[in-house]
Design a protein around this ligand. Structure first.
Ligand code: 13P
Length: 248
């Protein structure tokens, strides 16, 4: 899977970019990977309408844990599904930092996604300070344990490892570092959910660009990418998709 997180970017005029992505996502590529675009919530319905009949799926960037109610400004997973989303990112580090989302809150959101029939893309990742202190594995392990609900499966969950210090900075971990963290995530998922969990996709995210995608995505236990900045342009986003060979 290659997923694009547009964050707080995109206006109605961005439809032209989505159209280019739809046109450029040729069948040979579509046979190898799932392509997901997560625009801001204001564009989900338009994007879902436009991508109908194509191989591109539309996702959201966050949801509330409840299905409905008095929560001004929030959107439920059911509403996102109703607007045409088939997936939702939960626990992105920007949500954790900007909105104080805890592992418990993220877990509740992932459960809400499942309840609405959405694929939950659950994000984990260490800060620069945590990496420098040598705490990466325990931190990511703790986030994983706290943020992933019981009954996670390949059908309802994708994990995204996004080191906070690599997001939007142009910095990336080495392949060895990526493999170490992804390997730990895989081991923990299998330990908790059984052998079937080896099919849960684990995406890498943080400064993935067309020119480093092949290197990062061929790392062991990397099943795709969660892309920020480079997902805003069809050329870059499709370039990353082409670099992903789909292998493990
Ligand atoms: P960048 O690709 O812009 O570093 O963002 C990564 C990200 O946060 C995707 O969720």
């Amino acid at each position: 899977m290659v997923a694009g997180n547009w964050k707080m970017n995109g206006l109605g005029a961005s439809m032209a970019e989505l159209e280019k992505m739809i046109q450029g996502f040729e069948p040979a590529l579509a046979a190898r990977l799932d392509l997901l675009v997560c625009p801001p919530a204001t564009l989900i319905a338009q994007f879902a309408w436009k991508s109908k009949g194509s191989k591109i799926a539309i996702g959201a960037q966050d949801c509330h844990a409840k299905a409905f109610g008095a929560h001004t400004g929030d959107l439920s997973a059911e509403m996102l599904r109703d607007a045409g989303a088939s997936a939702v990112i939960v626990g992105h580090s920007e949500r954790r930092a900007d909105h104080g989302e805890t592992d418990d809150a993220v877990r509740a959101k992932a459960e809400a996604a499942w309840r609405a029939g959405l694929l939950a893309i659950i994000c984990v990742g260490e800060t620069k300070t945590e990496r420098e202190a040598g705490d990466t594995l325990p931190i990511v392990g703790r986030q994983l344990k706290g943020s992933v609900p019981e009954k996670a499966s390949a059908a309802n969950t994708v994990i995204a490892y996004e080191p906070v210090w690599a997001i939007g900075t142009g910095l990336t971990p080495t392949v060895k570092d990526v493999e170490e963290v992804h390997g730990m995530i895989r081991k923990e998922l299998v330990k908790r959910f059984g052998e079937a969990a080896s099919a849960i996709r684990i995406l890498y995210g943080g400064s993935v660009k067309p020119d480093n995608a092949a290197t990062l995505l061929k790392a062991a236990d990397v099943d795709g990418a969660l892309v920020g900045g480079a997902s805003l342009k069809a050329g870059d986003f499709l370039g990353i998709s082409r670099a992903y060979s789909g292998g493990r």
